[in-house]
Ligand binder design. Structure first.
Ligand code: HEM
Ligand SMILES: *[C@@H]1O[C@H](CO)[C@@H](O)[C@H](O)[C@H]1NC(C)=O
Ligand SMILES: *[C@@H]1O[C@H](CO)[C@@H](O)[C@H](O)[C@H]1NC(C)=O
Ligand SMILES: *[C@@H]1O[C@H](CO)[C@@H](O)[C@H](O)[C@H]1NC(C)=O
Ligand SMILES: *[C@@H]1O[C@H](CO)[C@@H](O)[C@H](O)[C@H]1NC(C)=O
Ligand SMILES: *[C@@H]1O[C@H](CO)[C@@H](O)[C@H](O)[C@H]1NC(C)=O
Ligand SMILES: *[C@@H]1O[C@H](CO)[C@@H](O)[C@H](O)[C@H]1NC(C)=O
Length: 318
């Protein structure tokens, strides 16, 4: 009897401590039953208006999660007390979608005041963007809270860059608890969206593991000399830039990765097998992508009484 109640106390304690740290798919079911439908209709209309916005919103969630966890730190403007992430090298003149998020937040505040975090809005908007462009769906876990600070330095140290080799990429993802399968699957996010010349210039002029016809066609809009055409765009998935599918992986098999880091995933190394399997099976890619998005969305969330629910995503509550 004594040991039985002791055991149940331990079970209760274990449940209580994990509940505090864990996200849940039903988090807003009673506090804001219209949260998810409000976000979905706003994302769908933004993506219908401009398909690339789906790519931009997916990337925003990735850049949030890799820097101090999924806590909407990426959305904070600079203040007198911290220099935020928007000016960090991977984000500056590159990350987009802030206005769309501000607009979604305003709509969500109008249905449920001070209830839904900006970090959860980013996670749901990423899923709804993928769905709007024809990709897989998954259940988004919720209950993240928003940070009260942001870090340019951490954005520059923790986000992978386009010049990374396979070892660098593997390390950057392992640092966030994501393995090789997750990394290859998540890189499939490059099945949508665009990149600027300044990020792929070295790859199309200096690398040898690139289809030469593909390289020449890109060079037309991306001159060798830096400074000219730096922000000219090219699709990350040359075959189907606004459809979320597995063409990204087939492109890698024919040496048509746009970024150096993309082609590193299929260059005779440890990721080759996974790239081949995702190129040959859209469903294998879809399920691995969905699983890896849930895993990425679980990176160090702030829960319980940590952080806050921001009223405006670009600033800490006053
Ligand atoms: C593997 C390491 C990664 C590197 C080195 C990388 C790098 C980049 C770069 C350089 C761009 C172009 C930015 C610009 O030209 O302004 C880009 C765009 C993009 N990235 Fe990644 N990325 C990586 C992983 C990911 C992941 C994990 C996701 C999402 C799951 C993602 C989603 C996107 C999307 C959707 C775009 C297009 C954004 C738009 O059109 O606005 N990337 N990435
Ligand atoms: C939400 O509540 C706060 C104070 O509790 C108030 O300042 C703000 O204007 C409210 N927002 C909306 C959209 O009602
Ligand atoms: C990338 O990997 C190389 C070794 O392959 C290492 O020297 C370098 O420090 C790494 N760079 C980053 C940014 O991780
Ligand atoms: C990566 O992790 C997932 C579970 O999160 C697992 O199913 C998969 O086998 C792992 N892959 C590798 C290469 O370790
Ligand atoms: C290519 O490599 C050369 C020699 O290392 C370097 O000077 C140049 O900046 C690189 N990039 C391009 C776009 O040519
Ligand atoms: C390179 O791309 C061109 C144009 O898409 C294609 O015809 C050719 O087969 C590709 N070469 C290789 C080696 O994949
Ligand atoms: C944050 O910066 C953006 C872009 O400069 C601006 O539009 C927005 O109003 C700012 N947010 C706040 C709360 O000042």
């Amino acid at each position: 009897m004594a040991s039985a109640s002791c055991l149940s106390l331990l079970v209760l304690l274990a449940l209580a401590s994990s509940a505090a740290a864990q996200l849940s798919s039903t988090f807003y079911d009673t506090s804001c039953p219209n949260a998810l439908s409000t976000i979905k209709s706003a994302v769908t209309s933004a993506v219908n208006n401009e398909p690339r916005m789906g790519a931009s919103l997916l990337r925003m969630h990735f850049h949030d999660c890799f820097v101090d966890g999924c806590d909407a730190s990426v959305l904070l403007n600079d203040t007198s007390t911290f220099t935020g992430e928007q000016g960090a090298i991977p984000n500056r003149n590159s990350l987009r979608g802030f206005t769309v998020i501000d607009n979604i937040k305003a709509q969500v505040e109008a249905v449920c005041n001070r209830t839904v975090s900006c970090a959860d809005i980013l996670a749901v908007a990423a899923r709804d963007s993928v769905v709007a462009l024809g990709g897989p769906s998954w259940t988004v876990l919720l209950g993240r809270r928003d940070s009260t600070t942001a870090s340019k330095a951490n954005a520059e140290s923790d986000l992978p860059g386009p010049s990374f080799d396979l070892a660098n990429l593997t390390q950057a993802f392992a640092n966030k608890g994501l393995n090789l399968t997750d990394m290859v699957a998540l890189s499939g996010g490059h099945t949508i969206g665009q990149a600027q010349c300044r990020f792929f210039r070295d790859h199309i002029y200096n690398d040898t593991n690139i289809n030469s016809t593909f390289a020449s066609s890109l060079q037309a809009n991306c001159p060798r000399a830096s400074g000219s055409g730096d922000s000219s765009l090219a699709p990350l998935d040359t075959a189907s830039p606004t459809s979320f599918n597995n063409d990204y992986f087939s492109n890698l098999l024919s040496r048509k990765g746009l970024l150096h880091s993309d082609q590193e995933l299929f260059n005779g190394g440890s990721a080759d097998g996974t790239v081949r399997s995702f190129a040959s099976s859209a469903s294998a890619f879809s399920s691995a992508f969905a699983a890896a998005m849930v895993k990425m969305g679980n990176i160090s969330p702030k829960t319980g009484s940590q952080g806050q629910i921001r009223l405006t995503c670009s600033k800490v509550n006053s």
